[in-house]
Design a protein. Structure first.
Length: 118
């Protein structure tokens, strides 16, 4: 499995921005589709955004569309989530996921916490 480490979380005021990063190691990054998920306290993890291994296709949850942007740098084995116009309801732990489509395997990071104050 791939090792994933997220960073960039923190406390921000409503309307502010954060850039989350996720660095991958241990497997060939460029063959993996990447995604961001978030988990609210006491709730199931929910999908936020995904990007194909080639970077040419992305999709977003309706709740973040137009505010969040996912991107990747295959040369650096990194995936990013630019979050703008943050709202208190975006407060959650954000995790990145790597999906190996060849072997149908998923790897997860430990997550980074985002707190948006009103």
């Amino acid at each position: 499995q791939m090792r994933l480490v997220e960073s960039g979380g923190g406390l921000v005021q409503a309307g502010g921005s954060l850039l989350l990063s996720c660095v991958a190691s241990g497997r060939t990054f460029s063959i993996h589709d990447m995604a961001w998920y978030r988990q609210f306290p006491g709730k199931e993890r929910e999908f936020v955004a995904t990007i194909r291994r080639t970077g040419d296709s992305t999709s977003y949850a309706d709740s973040v569309k137009g505010r969040f942007t996912i991107s990747r740098d295959n040369a650096k084995s990194m995936v990013y989530l630019q979050m703008n116009n943050l709202k208190p309801e975006d407060t959650a732990t954000y995790s990145c996921k790597a999906h190996d489509p060849v072997n149908d395997l998923n790897s997860w990071g430990q997550g980074t916490q985002v707190i948006v104050s009103s």
